[in-house]
Design a protein around this ligand. Structure first.
Ligand SMILES: [Zn+2]
Length: 326
């Protein structure tokens, strides 16, 4: 009988707040009807557990009190902890949802802003010489974005003329920029040096040779800008990581701590693979690997954060379930 009393005392704070399951509630209720001591304790608790008291006790403002008051405080502590936990859980759930939503938006933006390159054609842009000082390249109205890079061919400068600067230009559009940026003729001006000549190449990004559109050709041979497969390698690397970590996980899955650590690591390559599929999955190779990689990295970090939060919420929910029986 004594044993049952101590169980009921433990449950009383939760029972008083109606945070126990129906069965547990029934059990406590029955016990209270037959046990005056516990009933007294319960009444005391109910009186002291108005929200005002709880917050006052939390802030520690009750000051010096008799032994009786601190007794009831000890009883209330589990409840305060539980409330704190529930509040924290709510915040975490919101943050988790927020992270996944942001990941979705970023991925959508990545897809909408995929560059559609213009292959070289004669009326894509015009080049105007401004005396001896500079040239101005003006793009057709269809072009919403362009890039002009100096020294693009530095990798194989042997056999090329000295005193020549090389420029590579490319032009593209994207759904996003068609919707949201002002389209119209854009232009770029390249300054000429006093002693240097300049050569400008246009990159079609479709497997064809780059076209020398201004100045002397870099070499007699053709120049092709190749798509990069680096994203594919990263993806394979991530898949391999998942495989290896999974094997390690199989070995440590019976040790709680090791399992938790491996899982925490394992979630990242999985997040990376998901991000890769969302951002660039359907394109085998890309001319924009740098851009795509940044998007994949960003989205994967968001997903990873969301997964870790979701796991923490799931664990706490289980803990609270065990505590309250709900
Ligand atoms: Zn009792």
């Amino acid at each position: 009988m004594k044993n049952e009393c101590s169980i009921v005392r433990d449950l009383l704070p939760l029972y008083a707040e109606d945070m126990v399951s129906a069965d547990t509630g029934e059990f406590v209720k029955e016990h209270l009807e037959g046990c005056t001591e516990c009933k007294e304790e319960y009444e005391k608790m109910r009186l002291s557990q108005t929200p005002d008291t709880v917050s006052a006790q939390k802030n520690g403002t009750e000051g010096m009190n008799g032994g009786e008051e601190s007794d009831s405080r000890a009883d209330v502590m589990p409840l305060v902890n539980l409330q704190r936990k529930l509040r924290k859980q709510k915040v975490k759930t919101m943050m988790c949802t927020g992270l996944f939503l942001v990941a979705l938006f970023v991925a959508a933006f990545a897809c909408l802003s995929i560059p559609v390159y213009f292959p070289y054609e004669a009326n894509l842009f015009t080049i105007k010489e401004n005396g001896d000082e500079s040239i101005t390249i003006t793009f057709d109205e269809r072009v919403t974005e362009y890039r002009c890079v100096e020294d693009a061919y530095s990798g194989w400068e042997e056999g090329t003329a000295e005193g020549v600067r090389y420029y590579q230009i490319e032009a593209w559009t994207a759904l996003w920029s068609q919707w949201f940026s002002k389209s119209g003729a854009q232009s770029v001006t390249i300054q000429k040096g006093v002693t240097e000549e300049i050569s400008v190449y246009y990159t079609s990004n479709d497997g064809r040779e780059d076209v020398c559109v201004y100045g002397e050709p870099v070499t007699s041979g053709g120049v092709i800008t190749l798509p990069r497969h680096v994203l594919g390698y990263y993806f394979v690397l991530a898949v391999v990581c998942v495989g290896v970590l999974f094997v390690v996980w199989l070995f440590v899955r019976h040790k709680a701590k090791g399992k938790a650590v491996i899982e925490t690591i394992l979630y990242y390559p999985i997040s990376y693979c998901i991000a890769h599929v969302i951002v660039a999955g359907y394109r085998p190779s890309t001319y924009t690997s740098g851009r795509d990689f940044m998007f994949i990295l960003f989205v994967s970090i968001l997903i990873y954060g969301g997964v870790l939060l979701a796991r923490s919420v799931y664990r706490e929910r289980k803990e609270i379930k065990e505590l309250t029986g709900k």
